[in-house]
Design a binder for this molecule. Structure first.
Ligand code: AMP
Length: 286
């Protein structure tokens, strides 16, 4: 496995690797768990060359957020990536990615204002900008993203369309612990009590899904159900529990077609998110 720290090195590597066939990219911020590794394994199934980027992107953290404290463990990550069948890791430092303070940003309007965009106003602009840069640097044929970050995925999809990036996006289902908690690098912030409480995110989504399956179609009723469960958990500080349309993340009143149920809450220092997609057929209950 090749480890590249500069843009010139990874470009050179990808240039040679392209002779073997298509190149897949898995963008990450490192501190790998099984969610990241699943993305890499999925990429390795279809791409003769898999590149993983590890970059904790300062542009997507707000001034009071955890950029400095974000967990990092490059040596362990490299060993795990190697085991997962990755061919090259691109791990630039901040100066390599941003030699100058950026003058150009990629912003996917409106979709970045809902859900996490409300409490993290410049987050998705930072994400879209760094992912656009990674696409330009690596020039992958395929890129792999987790459904866990559903809003990020839809925003990147829209960016790829609007900017004509010549690549295919693949979404990978959320990898969870046995009790339903979505794996996240930020789960390390949780103490024992918070870790138990954090399962309320998935439980609320599960209950909402059940209600929809039983015929509930009212947006407000579904949101109330999730809000009620999360608010009842004393350790949780609710950020949002929302139902939006897919793929555009538009507001809806009556549930039909593909809808996104998305929740976010703080458990101590950890701000965690989760979501599920529900497909509602016109003639089926769900
Ligand atoms: P991050 O390092 O948190 O930026 O995540 C890198 C990629 O891994 C993103 O595409 C995430 O959506 C994806 N990812 C993170 N957690 C999970 C998970 N539990 N299941 C599936 N994908 C995940």
């Amino acid at each position: 496995m090749e480890v590249c720290q500069t843009i010139a090195e990874i470009r050179k590597y990808v240039g040679r690797a392209r002779e073997r066939g298509i190149v897949g990219l898995v963008p990450t911020m490192g501190f790998f768990h099984d969610g990241h590794l699943t993305l890499m394994r999925e990429a390795a199934k279809v791409c003769p060359t898999v590149v993983v980027s590890i970059f904790v992107n300062p542009l997507q953290f707000g001034p009071t957020e955890d950029f400095r404290d974000y967990p990092r463990q490059p040596e362990r990550d490299l060993a795990l990536a190697r085991e997962a069948g990755v061919h090259a890791v691109f791990m630039p430092d901040t100066a390599e990615m941003y030699p100058l303070p950026p003058a150009l940003f990629v912003q996917v309007e409106r979709m970045d204002e809902v859900l996490c965009g409300r409490s993290r106003p410049s987050h998705f602009r930072g994400v879209a900008t760094v992912v656009a840069k990674l696409f330009n640097v690596v020039a992958p044929d395929m890129a792999f993203f987790g459904q866990k970050d559903a809003q990020q995925l839809q925003i990147i999809r829209r960016m790829v369309r609007d900017l004509n990036f010549n690549l295919e996006l693949r979404a990978v289902p959320t990898v969870r612990d046995s009790d339903g908690l979505a794996l996240s690098s930020r789960n390390v912030y949780l103490d024992e009590k918070q870790r138990v409480a954090a399962t309320v995110l998935f439980r609320s989504l599960d209950r909402a899904q059940e209600a929809i399956r039983s015929g509930e179609r009212n947006r407000e009723a579904v949101e109330k159900l999730m809000t009620g469960m999360i608010s009842a958990e004393s350790v949780a500080q609710l950020d949002y529990a929302s139902v939006l349309s897919l793929p555009d993340l538009d507001p809806i009143e009556h549930l039909e077609g593909s809808v996104l149920l998305a929740v976010a809450a703080r458990f101590g220092r950890a701000r965690l998110i989760d979501n599920v997609i529900v497909k509602i057929g016109s003639d089926l209950k769900s």
